[in-house]
Design a protein around this ligand. Structure first.
Ligand code: HEC
Ligand code: HEC
Length: 352
């Protein structure tokens, strides 16, 4: 394998030397900030050791994962040596230029795609995904427009490779661009009822590690003593709010283009009282613009306490018709475990 430790930034006519240590990172010659043609050239793996994750790259596991049709996922981050994350806004981290993140998707033990997010300059985040070859030895850059119905993942269900516009539809709903590497998601006070969550493997980076290593500025030692946690009146409520935050809050928040809906499912890392969080205030008992068939016109609530069948959130989560499904992209199958969790919470815990 060629080992080139230079990133070419031809667009600006300069060639920057990047000390990437063991990891190999090379962009396509001639293109400024283009994603490399192979996953093995993105710096995820140690040079010369195929598929061994580079020692400079850290694995992590968000406590509330995104539902992706039951995919097995692995995630990693690379922060340039000596760099820090600006956490002045604890809910919207500003990552240093050079940050790279990866997310691998596998079904039945076979790797299908690995997504790549790279802050190439202050202004530019690069989005790309790589498709694994048959012998699972490397993955090559997918076309920009993605590939519909790429591979069968369950009888009659196929996984589509998102195009870069799809990546942006979800990730550009937040200023930070990063959705799963946040204070709340990395809290060591993990939610035991979070659907599809995994127990972090030894060595995975969490919020305490970042604070202890000084990677988060300003320093927040107080968050070690009281780690971020969603406040709710029942354990099921905590998990339901966390699920909505991760799976829906990337778009339904106050930062992106849907701000005017006043429908905020993204949970903050700290502060607040039970029942005063954004989702409880903007969804529970609030009129929905979207009508579910079971309800009288104008009488659909986003979350109707005690009545799952009149709650537009649950109706849209349970649908995979393009006109009604939520999230509107990124999965082909309903998340039955999450639907059951939300149904129980709305029917029983919220019953007036
Ligand atoms: C349906 C919305 C959606 C789409 C489409 C999407 N992502 Fe994500 N992505 C998320 C969410 C939510 C997370 C965090 C939760 C998780 O990882 O389970 C995430 C996590 C990631 C991560 C790990 C870093 C982070 O932000 O937490 C990377 C890398 C990533 N996505 C890249 C991509 C790329 C590249 C594409 C397009 C090829 C893409 N994503 C498409 C929603 C989406
Ligand atoms: C990729 C962005 C995106 C994600 C992620 C997303 N939504 Fe939406 N959502 C939209 C858009 C755009 C609209 C407005 C258009 C429409 O109603 O289809 C909307 C509208 C809605 C509405 C109607 C709003 C109203 O005024 O009552 C509900 C309910 C809803 N979404 C629920 C959800 C739920 C639940 C999730 C997560 C399981 C989710 N959404 C995830 C983009 C998103």
């Amino acid at each position: 394998m060629r080992r080139i430790e230079r990133i070419r930034s031809i667009g600006r006519g300069i060639t920057a030397l990047a000390a990437l240590g063991a990891a190999t990172f090379i962009t396509e010659a001639g293109a400024a900030n283009a994603p490399p043609p192979l996953l093995s050239l993105t710096g995820l793996y140690a040079a010369g050791v195929p598929l061994r994750v580079s020692p400079e790259v850290a694995a992590f596991s968000p406590q509330y994962p995104l539902w992706s049709d039951g995919a097995g996922k692995s995630r990693w981050i690379y922060l340039p040596p000596g760099s820090t994350i600006d956490g002045s806004d604890i809910d919207s981290w500003d990552f240093p230029v050079g940050t790279r993140l990866w997310k691998e998707f596998a079904w039945a033990g076979r790797k299908v795609e690995t997504r790549f997010l790279w802050r190439a300059t202050r202004e530019e985040w690069v989005f790309a995904t790589y498709l694994w070859n048959d012998d699972q030895s490397d993955a090559s850059l997918a076309p920009d427009e993605g590939i519909r119905d790429y591979v069968e993942i369950a009888p009659g269900r196929r996984h589509s490779i998102p195009g870069t516009l799809d990546c942006r539809t979800c990730h550009e709903g937040v200023r930070s661009r990063v959705l799963g590497f946040t204070a709340l998601q990395l809290s060591p006070d993990r939610d035991p009822l979070a659907p599809h969550a995994e127990t972090p493997a030894p060595g995975m980076v969490n919020l305490n590690d970042l604070i202890e290593r000084g990677a988060l500025v300003p320093p927040r030692p107080d968050l070690i003593a009281s780690p971020p946690r969603i406040l709710a009146s029942t354990p099921r409520g905590r998990a339901a709010l966390g699920y909505l935050s991760a799976n829906c809050g990337g778009c339904h928040n106050t930062e992106g283009s849907l701000e005017s809906l006043e429908f905020v499912l993204r949970q903050p890392a700290e502060g607040g009282r039970i029942g005063a969080d954004p989702a409880s205030r903007t969804a529970i008992g609030r009129i929905s613009r979207y009508f579910v068939p079971a309800a009288l016109p104008g009488r659909t609530l986003r979350i109707a306490p005690g009545s799952p069948e009149h709650s537009s959130i649950l109706y849209r989560m349970s649908s995979r018709r393009p006109s009604s499904q939520m999230p509107p992209l990124g999965s082909a199958m309903v998340d039955q475990e999450a639907v059951a969790l939300l149904r129980g919470w709305i029917a029983e815990d919220l019953r007036p």
